[in-house]
Design a protein around this ligand. Structure first.
Ligand code: AMP
Length: 126
């Protein structure tokens, strides 16, 4: 079910539980500010999620309230993961759903990293 993308932050969301080690993930990388792991229901040959370690509901929340070191550390983690997975030669896609219109389901900011195949049109058209 889609969420609003606005607070308050729910510490019982699934990514908060992953960060606390309460449920497992297939971890790829972490630094001081970010954790990257495989999406549980991949929609491309490579489908990775990168999440900040801080409690941000959405990109709106992260971009408005995270500190500069967090933003830099998170952004560098995304780039590092893409490069380390060998996605730069053929290209990749980053996507962040914010709120109901985008279909955001998990109320902890995350970036989807897709790659490993031609990814088709940017938006679904019905
Ligand atoms: P979004 O719709 O942008 O909020 O995306 C949420 C993503 O989280 C979906 O692609 C789900 O497949 C993924 N997801 C949900 N639970 C887990 C989990 N326990 N481990 C890894 N990925 C998950």
């Amino acid at each position: 079910m889609a969420v609003s993308g606005r607070g308050p932050y729910d510490p019982q969301n699934v990514f908060a539980k992953i960060l606390r080690g309460e449920i497992p993930c297939r971890k790829i990388y972490e630094n001081e500010y970010a954790l990257a792991f495989h999406d549980i229901a991949p929609q491309a040959p490579v489908h990775v999620l990168v999440i900040p370690k801080g409690p941000y509901v959405s990109f709106a929340d992260f971009s408005q309230t995270a500190g500069e070191a967090e933003i830099a550390g998170f952004t560098r983690a995304v780039g590092h993961v893409a490069a380390s997975l060998g996605l730069e030669d053929h290209g990749y896609r980053l996507l962040a759903n914010m709120g109901a219109a985008a279909g955001q389901e998990v109320p902890h900011f995350h970036v989807h990293l897709f790659g490993g195949a031609a990814l088709g049109p940017m938006l679904h058209r019905s």
